[in-house]
Design a protein around this ligand. Structure first.
Ligand SMILES: Nc1ncnc2c1ncn2[C@@H]1O[C@H](COP(=O)(O)OP(=O)(O)O)[C@@H](O)[C@H]1O
Ligand SMILES: [Mg+2]
Length: 216
């Protein structure tokens, strides 16, 4: 896989976007890829984690709060990194539309409850609109995150499938190591490479890599 832009979006705050972005970044860094992070969230969560000089610091970070500069930034980063991960704010805004417009692939983290599934569907609508504006199909997937009970997750997954939201087979459980990692500016693949959390991140990364990409 090379030269790919993965945008992590959801109009729901706390869905696990920044955690997924950091986790995938560290996974791909450990695998020897060059990774760029574009933080477009005014809360600058990812930028703060990056500043802690943990494993995440090996990625190039750009913080871009000017929505009109997002697409040029994506182009610049895409030009010299294997993977560019774009983290969005937890609300639907124009910045998200621009970010999605520059994506080769979009992933929408979704928690296993009815309201989260609903908000994931609304996020996918934004992706669809951005795609028709750009006159291309932007491949989008959902990934269940912060899963507490697999029985509930199965229910959410069935609903996502029925709604055409393409949930990945891989999912992230609710695990303390994801939260701990944020204090170190790191992620499970570095802090606890043999943990179930690191395995889940690897599974998500591998599944995304095998899925359809818009360009490249
Ligand atoms: N898989 C997970 N397991 C446990 N805690 C998680 C997981 N994913 C996210 N969190 C926690 O949930 C909160 C929100 O996550 P975050 O990634 O910041 O969401 P978002 O970027 O979508 O707002 C944070 O406290 C984070 O540590
Ligand atoms: Mg965030």
């Amino acid at each position: 896989m090379s030269r790919r832009v993965l945008v992590i979006a959801s109009i729901k705050g706390g869905a696990g976007k920044s955690t997924l972005a950091a986790s995938l970044a560290v996974h791909w860094l450990q695998a020897g890829r060059s990774v760029a992070l574009l933080d477009t969230d005014p809360n600058k969560t990812l930028s703060r984690w990056h500043a802690k000089e943990g494993a995440l610091a090996a990625a190039t970070l750009r913080t871009e709060l000017d929505e009109h500069a997002i697409l040029p930034r994506i182009k610049e980063l895409r030009g010299n990194h294997d993977v560019t991960l774009v983290d969005c704010a937890g609300f639907g805004n124009q910045a998200m539309v621009f970010a999605v417009g520059g994506a080769d692939q979009v992933v929408v983290p979704v928690m296993a409850d009815e309201a989260s599934v609903y908000e994931a569907m609304r996020t996918l609508k934004v992706v669809e609109s951005a795609g028709s504006m750009a006159d291309r199909e932007i491949p989008a997937f959902t990934v269940l995150t912060r899963v507490k009970r697999s029985s509930v997750a199965r229910h959410a997954r069935a609903q996502l499938e029925a709604l055409g939201a393409r949930p990945l087979k891989a999912q992230l459980a609710d695990r303390a190591v994801f939260q701990e990692s944020t204090f170190y500016g790191s992620a499970p693949s570095n802090l606890a490479p043999r943990s179930p959390a690191a395995r889940e991140v690897r599974e998500v990364a591998n599944e995304l890599a095998e899925m359809k990409w818009g360009r490249g």
